[in-house]
Design a protein around this ligand. Structure first.
Ligand SMILES: [Zn+2]
Length: 62
């Protein structure tokens, strides 16, 4: 099955902030808000298990 990039489960993903282009790693099932480490923009929000990612997913890490 192909990966569903918008809803990664139990994996770390590399995302890029749409505002400042900072790249950082986050957990796909983050249970709290994820903010950009550089500019503070919220990049993902928890939605009962899976994180809804609002940034561009560059890579899913195994
Ligand atoms: Zn940023």
């Amino acid at each position: 099955m192909p990966e569903i990039m918008e809803e990664p489960v139990s994996k770390f993903v590399k995302i890029r902030c749409p505002k400042c282009k900072n790249e950082q790693i986050m957990y796909g099932k983050a249970s709290s808000e994820v903010r950009c480490l550089v500019c503070g923009k919220d990049l993902a929000e928890p939605t009962g298990g899976k994180a809804k990612i609002k940034a561009r997913v560059l890579e899913v890490l195994e």
